[in-house]
Design a protein around this ligand. Structure first.
Ligand SMILES: NC(=O)c1ccc[n+]([C@@H]2O[C@H](COP(=O)([O-])OP(=O)(O)OC[C@H]3O[C@@H](n4cnc5c(N)ncnc54)[C@H](OP(=O)(O)O)[C@@H]3O)[C@@H](O)[C@H]2O)c1
Length: 244
């Protein structure tokens, strides 16, 4: 199997870290980004230092430019870019403040948009761009209006970019995970009891349990692979049958 160079944003936890671990095991060259240097160091240790880490807050334009400069300096060409870094701050629409709106949009929309733009010169041809979207784009969950809009907005941009960037050999596809057991629920302020209740509630889905990161990684693997060369603007929903 040909070795690929893959950059994963937000590779310090959850789906991103699991994908990084998978690609390291496969012998690919993996670069992860993170917003916190200590978390980044811990993740690299988890990966037995088989990956490289670059500090980059996806909501920080200066750090996105710095990321591009780091890759350019090392003449790194990416076969795949996984736009995974994301935040989930649920809250009622009526109480949503401008700063809460911006906090989600900065990381979930502006981050992947300008990361992709900044790294255009660092993408090989062909290159696979994979956006980790959400089931929240197609299924309404109360309290997720901004989150859902942030993911849907990038998908809308990706549709256009699949045409605009096609001459450069760039394809963009999205994965829409359903509720997946990661740190994201605790970061959203849910208590351990609430997280257990959420997981218990998913026993009624056709899959019969909450999703795990290992349920999501194979789809990322497929989209990275040359086998997915014909796939453009796909939205792969992995929800355990939740929306049926
Ligand atoms: N888990 C789910 O149920 C679910 C469902 C649908 C979609 N998703 C999407 O899947 C993606 C991965 O989420 P996850 O569930 O794996 O959550 P997670 O365990 O919290 O991991 C999120 C990753 O993104 C990083 N990150 C957050 N903000 C960042 C920023 N400003 N700059 C750089 N990195 C940042 C986190 O870094 P830290 O380690 O510093 O926090 C972490 O590495 C997200 O885009 C999320 O929206 C998740």
């Amino acid at each position: 199997m040909e070795s690929k160079t893959i950059l994963i944003t937000g590779g310090t936890a959850g789906i991103g870290l699991a994908a990084a671990s998978h690609f390291c095991r496969q012998g690919h060259r993996v670069i992860i980004t993170g917003r916190d240097s200590q978390r980044l160091d811990e993740a690299l240790k988890t990966l037995d230092y088989r990956a490289t880490g670059v500090l980059c807050d996806s909501g920080n334009m200066a750090q996105i430019r710095q990321l591009q400069q780091t890759l350019a300096k090392e003449r790194i060409l990416l076969d795949a870019l996984v736009l995974n870094a994301g935040v989930f701050h649920p809250g009622e629409f009526a109480a949503c403040t401008e700063s809460q709106f911006d906090a989600t949009m900065d990381v979930n929309l502006k981050g992947p948009f300008f990361t992709l733009q900044a790294l255009l010169g660092q993408l090989a041809s062909p290159a696979s761009v994979i956006f980790i979207s959400s089931l929240a784009v197609e299924k309404a969950f109360a309290g997720t209006s901004v989150y859902s809009a942030s993911k849907a907005a990038f998908e809308a941009a990706a549709r256009v970019l699949n045409q605009e960037l096609a001459p450069a050999g760039i394809r963009i596809n999205s994965i829409r995970p359903g509720v997946t057991a990661t740190e994201i629920q605790a970061k959203a302020g849910m208590t351990t009891e609430e997280i257990h209740a959420l997981a218990d509630g998913l026993a009624a889905t056709p899959l019969g349990r909450i999703l795990r990161v290992e349920d999501i990684v194979p789809a990322i693997d497929y989209l990275v692979s040359d086998a997915a060369i014909g796939l453009r603007n796909a939205h792969i929903s992995i929800d355990g049958g939740y929306s049926l």
